[in-house]
Design a protein around this ligand. Structure first.
Ligand SMILES: Cc1cc2nc3c(=O)[nH]c(=O)nc-3n(C[C@H](O)[C@H](O)[C@H](O)COP(=O)(O)OP(=O)(O)OC[C@H]3O[C@@H](n4cnc5c(N)ncnc54)[C@H](O)[C@@H]3O)c2cc1C
Length: 413
């Protein structure tokens, strides 16, 4: 972090960030350099969402996962960094980068980290959602944050608010049209809604009949780990149910990310029935789940209503996530009706849809990050709503874009 001066654009304004994931932490680092007083609220511990997939290897290398500012901060603190071209696991990303960065942030007197502190809702001081529409006075009413921490509930205030709370707390459901399947909610947490650490959960999975649902790279990662498990536990039987009727993965010509290409190839090979011990069922969704003694009876249905029943011991749902829009429902945020992401960014993502390579994306610039609510921004994976193509490299560009907006605006308000 650089020396601050009264000339800096943040000039002691209070910037609150919801979520100490990779983007919240990187944003705090940048905002301190711009002269803001930063309060970072984290419901659990920094990097909590990455921790749920700490055993998974990134498909992007270090060079795309960390900022130049973050690298410089850690180098100045004497932290040894892995080469740019290496690809970390989630755990390595946390241990070697995010956690040391948080430690560096804590040394800055303009920074406060509120761990185990959940933001429950946000609004404006003395302004309801419908008040001061398109009125510059709205920007002069501070943000009001209702938070719950170790000491109980309280209200905090901020001048600028950034929501970087991610989507991982809200996994999608298994049933038709995104609804829960009949009986799904009654299973009370029995469905595994993450990429499981198959080795750590060996007792739960080895030798079992496992249903994997989903057709993204998360499902392919799970299938890869389960097929490896079969080498030492050949009784393990896997059924893979997914929506696509054709090959589920696009194999990108000359993909520069070998890990992604490997997963896509594996997924397509399984879909063609070329991997023993895995039964692929394409073009279906889960209609109903019934517990029968120790087993789960699952009805899979296709678009024509043809059903097929299977009996399994475990269900792993890798069917994506959606944002919690209630957190900011008292603010003037225009959300996309299809993705639940902020409208301007969603529209720009829709316009560029069709490119199968998420690596080819770049940030669409500062303007698309603006909301009707002044000085409020959604960054990171939550900014993409239900669109799964977010990458850290985009989030780092978003931070630059927002800081450009905030520092340009200084003096106007
Ligand atoms: C399995 C997997 C693999 C991925 N691999 C890659 C990859 O290789 N390359 C890449 O670029 N991207 C990858 N991504 C996508 C993306 O980069 C990650 O999801 C990344 O963690 C997003 O960072 P974030 O800071 O936006 O959100 P998150 O990491 O989700 O962080 C959000 C934080 O907010 C906290 N929080 C939530 N609600 C509240 C609240 N109300 N109050 C306070 N705190 C709150 C959470 O506890 C969490 O710590 C991957 C994602 C997954 C799931």
């Amino acid at each position: 972090m650089n020396q601050k001066s009264s000339e800096e654009q943040g000039r002691g304004r209070r910037l609150a960030i919801i979520g100490a994931g990779p983007i919240g932490v990187e944003c705090a680092l940048r905002a301190l350099d711009e002269g803001f007083n930063v309060a970072l609220y984290e419901a659990k511990m920094p990097g909590a969402h990455v921790r749920t997939w700490s055993h998974v290897t990134f498909f992007s290398p270090w060079s795309l996962n960390r900022s130049a500012r973050g690298v410089a901060t850690l180098q100045a603190a004497g932290v040894e960094l892995a080469p740019d071209e290496d690809v970390p696991t989630g755990a390595q990303y946390l241990d070697a980068y995010l956690e040391p960065l948080v430690e560096a942030l804590k040394r800055d007197t303009h920074f406060q980290l509120f761990e185990q502190t959940r933001v429950l809702g946000v609004s404006r001081v003395r302004a309801l959602k419908g008040d001061l529409l398109a009125n510059p006075k709205r920007a002069r009413r501070p943000f009001l944050l209702r938070v719950s921490g170790p000491e109980g509930e309280r209200f905090d205030e901020a001048d600028v608010l950034i929501d970087a709370s991610g989507v991982l707390e809200n996994p999608n459901r298994l049933g038709p049209g995104g609804l829960a399947a009949i009986g799904e909610e009654a299973l009370n947490g029995e469905v595994i809604r993450a990429i499981p650490d198959v080795e750590a959960q060996r007792d739960r999975l080895a030798g079992k009949r496992v249903l994997v649902v989903g057709h993204g790279h998360s499902a392919a990662t799970t299938l890869g780990a389960l097929t490896e498990l079969r080498e030492s536990a050949p009784q393990t039987h896997i059924t893979w149910a997914y929506r696509a009727e054709d090959e589920p993965f696009v194999e990108i010509e000359g993909d520069t990310l070998p890990q992604r290409l490997r997963l896509s190839r594996l997924g397509n090979a399984i879909a063609r029935g070329e991997v023993s011990g895995v039964d692929p069922v394409g073009g279906v969704f889960v209609e109903r789940i019934t517990r029968e003694d120790c087993a789960l009876r699952v009805v899979l249905a296709d678009e024509q209503g043809t059903t097929r029943e299977i009996e399994v011991d475990r269900i792993i749902a890798n069917v994506g996530y959606h944002p919690d829009t209630s957190l900011t429902s008292e603010l003037q945020v225009h959300l996309c009706y299809a993705s639940d992401g902020p409208m301007k960014l969603a529209a720009s993502l829709l316009a560029s849809a069709g490119n199968a390579d998420c690596l080819a994306q770049s940030s669409a610039g500062p303007e698309v990050l603006k909301n009707p609510e002044p000085e409020f921004f959604v960054l990171g994976t939550k900014s993409y709503g239900r669109n799964p193509n977010f990458l850290l490299k985009i989030g780092l560009e978003q931070i630059d874009d927002v800081m450009t907006l905030l520092t340009q605006k200084e003096g106007d308000v």
